[in-house]
Ligand binder design. Structure first.
Ligand code: AMP
Ligand code: MG
Length: 486
């Protein structure tokens, strides 16, 4: 193999500006690294040479074992509320920020690794990750991106050649991911807990510059930062809801300041529409259930607001009042984004009276719920009804009288099937397909993962031969359970 040196122009901006939040560190040596998947298009967007990434130095970069000259890989410190309970010190227990890259559009992007070995934040953990869960994050984050949802991206998964101990021994891997940044609500919680308001202000200024630059010119920039994050998160969660995504572990350390989805652990896509849907093995109370996500996002944002109070106003009562008022924007923004998205899913014409649109939407949701209709294929089949063939859609319902009555009123407003096909994906990473592909990969066969990636990268475009990717799980797949910390 020829070795093209990796000239990855990684900056060390976070490491240099926030030594209080960053511990310089390196990835653990990998006995026999092997690139399982590499995202050539994303590499090109980042100005990285994919062939060089596949060569030994590149693989070293993707696993944290070789470091470009100007880079300072660090483990980032953060705190967080996990299932409502506060942990003052979490941090990158199995991850590293390698540094920042400037992409083709001139945006700064973090290159970050997951599964790269123990760090000072590992607590009892081994710092490692298994092939299956890292490929899972790769597949689902790339699907989210293709679905138009803001998200961290996945650049590569490299098998390390070292087994990791879970319930059984599993092949280990490192995921290389890319994000607008890894600033989280938990980063602010950690900074605030130090009592160093200067640090907090620098962090907030950094977040404004990187993600919400218009806040800089507001009368109260830190309140404007808060409002920008409130709106970005309201939009994000509304988008999750529209595609049936359950994040599964919306702890404050898993909520970004950029408004990107982060940390694909116990996440899943719903099948039958059910606001109570929970997949995570540890979420026994349903705190992070599908239908609870907007409420939880607001709860997390209230924790974010608490960290910003000293910057919002000198007087604490005034700061609280201003922050509460700003948090109120969540509901308005969420409702507007969700309503517009649902209207698009229903193909409703622009200019339709709001009350009519809302009623059609709410009634359909009720019918989908009571008839246990698959969210994704239900909406996709509805476009056929707009084209004059209602049978594929009707066939999903038990209560035909109710859905026929609804269909008549919906058809009367002139739904647009072409617009519907742009809003309703036909292919999502369905739970049974993901599991099947990951099982094969863990056993050494990457074919099903590669095929699934091909399918989910064009989620709205129906293609012949892919019928099985559009179908709900077979009945014998059973109840789906996902796990944290894999
Ligand atoms: P998560 O729920 O994946 O966002 O992780 C929560 C916290 O647990 C973070 O601080 C992680 O770095 C840490 N963590 C998760 N898995 C491991 C592991 N295998 N070894 C060390 N730390 C871990
Ligand atoms: Mg996390």
């Amino acid at each position: 193999m020829t070795t093209t040196p990796v000239t990855a122009p990684l900056s060390n901006r976070f490491a240099a500006e926030f030594p209080e939040l960053a511990v310089p560190w390196r990835g653990e040596e990998t006995p026999d690294p092997n690139v399982l998947v590499l995202n050539d298009l994303l590499a090109a967007d980042l100005g990285l040479d994919a062939a060089a990434l596949r060569a030994p130095d590149g693989v070293g970069l993707l696993t944290g074992t070789s470091v470009p000259p100007d880079a300072t890989p660090v483990a980032q410190a953060y705190a967080g509320h996990q299932f409502g309970g506060y942990s003052p010190r979490l941090g990158d227990g199995r991850a590293l920020l390698m540094g920042e890259l400037t992409d083709r559009e001139g945006r700064l992007r973090d290159l970050h690794l997951k599964g790269s070995g123990r760090t000072p934040f590992s607590r009892g953990g081994d710092g490692l990750a298994a092939v299956g869960p890292m490929l899972r994050e790769y597949v689902i984050s790339e699907a989210m991106h293709a679905l138009g949802v803001p998200t961290t991206r996945s650049l590569a998964v490299v098998a390390t050649g070292r087994d990791v101990r879970r319930e059984t021994m599993l092949p280990g891997a490192v995921l290389a991911r890319v994000a607008g940044s890894h600033l989280r609500v938990g980063t602010f919680q950690f900074a605030a807990s130090t009592g160093d308001v200067g640090l907090l202000r620098r962090l907030a200024d950094h977040a404004i510059e990187r993600h919400h630059p218009t806040a800089a010119s507001a009368d109260n920039p830190y309140r404007a930062l808060f409002e920008a994050v409130v709106e970005a998160q309201a939009d994000l969660v509304a988008r999750w809801m529209l595609i049936g995504f359950v994040h599964g572990v919306m702890n404050t350390d898993n909520m970004t300041i950029s408004g990107e989805t982060i940390d694909y652990g116990p996440c899943a896509f719903i099948e039958a529409y059910d606001p109570g849907a929970v997949y995570s093995s540890i979420d026994v109370g349903g705190r992070y259930a599908y239908g609870n996500q907007a409420a939880i996002a607001q709860w997390n944002l209230a924790r974010f607001a608490e960290t910003l109070l000293p910057l919002i106003a000198q007087d604490q009562d005034t700061a609280v009042e201003l922050a509460m008022e700003s948090l109120g924007r969540f509901a308005t923004r969420y409702t507007a984004t969700y309503a517009a998205g649902l209207q698009a899913k229903l193909g409703l014409p622009v200019g339709l009276e709001d009350a009519v649109a809302v009623k059609l939407g709410e009634e359909l949701l009720d019918l989908l719920h009571s008839n246990h209709v698959d969210w994704t294929s239900g909406f996709r089949a509805l476009a056929s009804a707009a084209r004059g063939d209602a049978e594929p859609f009707r066939g999903l319902f038990v209560d035909l009288a109710a859905i026929d009555e609804w269909l008549l009123r919906w058809q009367a407003v002139g739904p647009d099937p072409v617009a519907m096909d742009r809003a309703n994906p036909i292919y999502i990473p369905r739970n049974h397909l993901v599991e099947e592909a990951l099982d094969a990969a863990t056993g050494g066969d990457l074919g099903p993962v590669q095929q699934l990636l091909q399918v989910i990268q064009r989620p709205f475009e129906e293609r012949p031969g892919l019928e099985r990717y559009a179908k709900p799980a077979p009945d014998d797949f059973g109840r789906y359970t996902t796990y944290c910390g894999t």
